[in-house]
Design a protein around this ligand. Structure first.
Ligand code: FES
Length: 98
């Protein structure tokens, strides 16, 4: 769905619909063409990770940067974030709040 200079991808998760800009803040790839997946999460043990956030992480198709679909936050570097949009469902229609 086009919004301004870029398009916005709308994804349906168990908790509702979420919109995210189709532009990766790294080098401009079509972020929404990336894979929706999970990620390795840190644990209390040194060098030990557990798989989590399945279906909530959007992985950029170019260099595999990972973004939280709901917040837009890049998982490894807090200086990078993809813009997110609130999506409202009402009477079978979706509205993106700008
Ligand atoms: S353009 Fe998205 S990670 Fe590089």
């Amino acid at each position: 769905m086009p919004v301004g200079a870029y398009s916005v991808g709308v994804f349906r998760l168990e908790t509702g619909y979420y919109g995210i800009v189709n532009y990766c803040p790294h080098e401009g790839a079509d972020l929404c063409k990336g894979r929706l997946t999970g990620t390795n999460l840190h644990t209390d043990k040194l060098s030990h990770y557990e798989w989590g956030c399945e279906g909530r992480i959007l992985r950029c198709p170019w260099h595999k940067w990972e973004f939280d679909l709901i917040t837009g936050q890049h998982l490894a570097d807090p200086n990078f974030r993809a813009r997110t949009y609130r999506v409202i469902e009402s009477e079978g229609r979706l509205t993106i709040e700008l």
